[in-house]
Design a binder for this molecule. Sequence first.
Ligand code: UFG
Length: 350
Amino acid sequence: MRILGRGRIKTVLVTGGAGYIGSHICVELLDAGLEVLVIDNLSNSSQEALNRVEKITGKTVLFYQINLQDKARVKTVFETHTIDAVIHLAGLKSVGDSCRLPLEYYQNNISSTLVLLEMLEQFSVRNIVFSSSATVYGDPATVPVTEQFPLRATNPYGRTKLMIEEILRDVANASHIKVVLLRYFNPIGAHESGLIGEAPNGTPNNLLPYISQVAMGQRDKVLIFGGDYPTIDGTGVRDYIHVVDLAKGHTKALQEIVGNGSKGESCQVYNLGTGHGHSVIEVIKAFEQACGHKIIYEIVDRRSGDVAECYANPALANEKLNWRAEKELSEMVMDAWHWQTQNPKGYKID
Ligand code: UFG
């Protein structure tokens, strides 16, 4: 990793760094020799994840438990440290909650981003990577999805992602701040150590943590939302990507913005996916191989707002970032299972 060697980026602030994706990103940044600061309000994450990051890497993370909307406290972090780049993940992310509590989602996700961007301007921080989502493509007309596809969010959570993308484009056009928008497909799996992974509060919304809990005997059966989609077996198809591959995409994105100097575009957009789709039933079958026993499931009605099929064309990231998702579905579910068996209650300790 040459980011540090070139002396361009030494210290990276990760907002939401104690979360599932953030903690894996912290590992990659520390392994690359960068200094890592985390701001996280721990509303859906645990400080224990950062203890585990330190255990994996043998390095220290500087942690601030701050709500990003609290401008005065965020400012003290920027006053205390010379920050070279920001990876912005902090935000509320439940599609269902966002439909019930739209104002909370707009307030939290948008205003915290505005505070952060004000700090970037004030303290001359020139680089930001934003955690966007394939949700900005809505229900794509065809697959695989390229970055040029029309954008259309279908729920308030997705709209916050889209709005933040647009805010960042405007900021990139109007200032020296360079922006990379990374559109994640479906991150799953866990670090191979089994020390960090996905630890949802309450009933999981997403497929993988749900399957993991059924496999552990913590829940009775997986409810498959829809068996009549026009897909290979009637169940929804997604582009599942190993969270460690996704995390590596962030260090590559940082390399790209600093490496390109003034030649680079001010706002770049990349899909981070594998380019392959898997159905819900394929994922369950792969998980059965990993855990060694059957997983009971039942096909129920479609979930409102779900699309039949969504997977990436990741060619742009392959080419421009020199990044490629390397891990197969079998490795993703094996690592998810390893994490779940090592941490049946997530980060909670009785
Ligand atoms: N599914 C089930 N049963 C479950 C959960 C999910 O059958 O209990 C199915 C869904 O219908 C879908 C697939 O499994 O076909 C994946 O669902 P997830 O909820 O795991 O993921 P989504 O693709 O719906 O959503 C994810 C993120 C969103 C993000 C979106 C697009 O959760 O934050 O990808 O990027 F916006």
